[in-house]
Design a binder for this molecule. Sequence first.
Ligand SMILES: Cc1ncc(COP(=O)(O)O)c(C=O)c1O
Length: 439
Amino acid sequence: MTNQTNLNTREKYARYVTTSFSAGLEPITVTHAEGVRISDDAGREYIDCYSGIAVTNAGHGHPKVREAAKQQIDRLVHCSSYTYYVEPVADLAERLADVTPRRLQKSFFSNSGAEGIEAALRLAKVYTGKREFIALERSFHGRSFGTLSLTGNMARKTRGGPYAGGFFFAPAPYTYRSLFGEDPEVVAEQSARALENVIRFHSSGDVAAFIMEPVMGEGGMIVPPPSYIRRVKEILDKYGILFIADEVQSGFGRTGKLFAIEHAGVEPDIMVMAKGIADGFPLAATIAREEIADSFKPGEHLSTFGGNPVACAAALANLDVMLEEDLPGQAARKGEAALARLRAIQADHECIGEVRGAGLMIGIELVQSRATKEPAPALAKALRAYCREHGVLVGVAGIDGNVIRLQPPLVIAEDDLNVALDVVAAGVAELSGVAAGAR
Ligand SMILES: Cc1ncc(COP(=O)(O)O)c(C=O)c1O
């Protein structure tokens, strides 16, 4: 191994890695990960409830995924899947057509969620001949120019503007903080009507597609009422607007179904997958109905590394694991137990405003007090640090940075999950004063 200086990993980050990466990192140098456990260079072991931002759904280094990737590495690493026929690409495209909602049949492969969404946007434009888009407030769709234009969160867009025109935003069906109250059915109906108003009053009637995350991740693990998604589909059909489901974070078993949109029983026109698709190998797929996918002319849209054979082979093995081990079912059962436990913890603590989630995509929204609902980001930060110091890795999400996210690998053993929840409970008990102190 070349080591040009005597700097350690953290010092090299400070000197050579852009601050976008290195500021705010957790003080852990990860050396190894297996299943739900992450180890650092000091020999400490952590229970991972973050999964590398909701990626390693089948567990770190699942033996079957690892083996499939190794075998593919020995055969073929890269040769441009857009210039030549490559077997794992064809096999994966066929499998995705089988496991995604019925009419979604043809996949475009790229390397990240943002790239997958970009492909969906362009495809929607090409197919419809229209140029505007509608997304949700509090959404997150990536960090490229197009996907940031589509992201409904000022904090993520800051210092990157002005963004592209022709992007409009409708209210998120977020029952905890909706302007329409807390009744899920009322929020669903009124939020859907507000979307119709955006179409009628904000757009120029040139809307190609509406995009939403069936469970909103970065916005704070917001679970839209299923009736909202169904009403939205009716409205979109009325105006001839395509529905793009961003399953980048919610897909591959995370929410208790293989894809979160299945909870609503709605079939989107285009669906984007990434993160959990290959248990850690970089890959995204944008799948669409055949007639939509076929509207790209040959060579019109591609990505050099898109459809990398190793990532595709890993994705195929990952899908086998998902189905053989019923990872969606595991997520549903464990998620339900975790939510029940967290709600019991909530009852004793004024600083927990809401506990919500689907499967193992769980958010704990921290507030100064239940009456004011004022966000408590300092508490979230402190709780994340407390958990880390006690051997559990969790994330933070939400527009105000006040939602603890629990997204362990779906294979997490119930004992490990209980240990993680014990640590969260002890942390909340010890730190509840932080909410009031940070005022
Ligand atoms: C819902 C959603 N869409 C898109 C993205 C962007 O994915 P990537 O970071 O792989 O570009 C993310 C990333 O967090 C996401 O959560």
